[in-house]
Design a protein around this ligand. Structure first.
Ligand code: ZN
Ligand code: ZN
Ligand code: ZN
Length: 141
């Protein structure tokens, strides 16, 4: 899924008064190059130049600044950089989450004037079973 580039994110943070450290750059780089939605821990595990607290803080900042979106998930909160409109499918067995393109019509329903004024966006999550959960594996004997 197309999303904002590392430089664009860092530039946005910079113009909003945040200091860009090499640790922050490394974290944003990791977010930019991770294709599946991730938890804070996933990124902590990938980053060796920033501690866990820095990763947590930057996630909070990016989320507050509207650059990072939460993704529907089964367990721990998952995130991804905001970008092109798309949906997600969550494996109900293991919690694995994948992006899927928007397949619903982009023409929004016309809300009844008495119930709702305008519709600006939609959010759809599918649930199912992922390939690895659907494939029986040998149990090691
Ligand atoms: Zn699964
Ligand atoms: Zn996504
Ligand atoms: Zn959609």
């Amino acid at each position: 899924m197309k999303h904002t580039s590392t430089e664009h994110i860092l530039e946005t943070l910079r113009t909003r008064g945040y200091r860009i450290t090499s640790a922050r750059r490394a974290i944003v780089d990791a977010l930019e190059t991770t294709s599946s939605p991730y938890t804070v821990q996933d990124i902590v595990a990938r980053i060796h130049t920033a501690d866990q607290v820095s990763v947590y803080r930057l996630f909070k900042t990016l989320h507050e600044e509207g650059l990072l979106a939460t993704v529907p998930s089964k367990g721990e909160t998952m995130y991804e950089l905001k970008g092109e409109h798309h949906h997600h499918i969550v494996c109900t067995a293991c919690g694995h989450t994948t992006h899927i393109p928007c397949t619903t019509t982009r023409t929004f329903p016309t809300p009844s004037q008495h119930t709702f004024h305008t519709i600006t966006d939609h959010d759809v999550t599918f649930y199912g079973t992922c390939m690895s959960c659907a494939t029986p594996t040998k149990k090691g004997y």
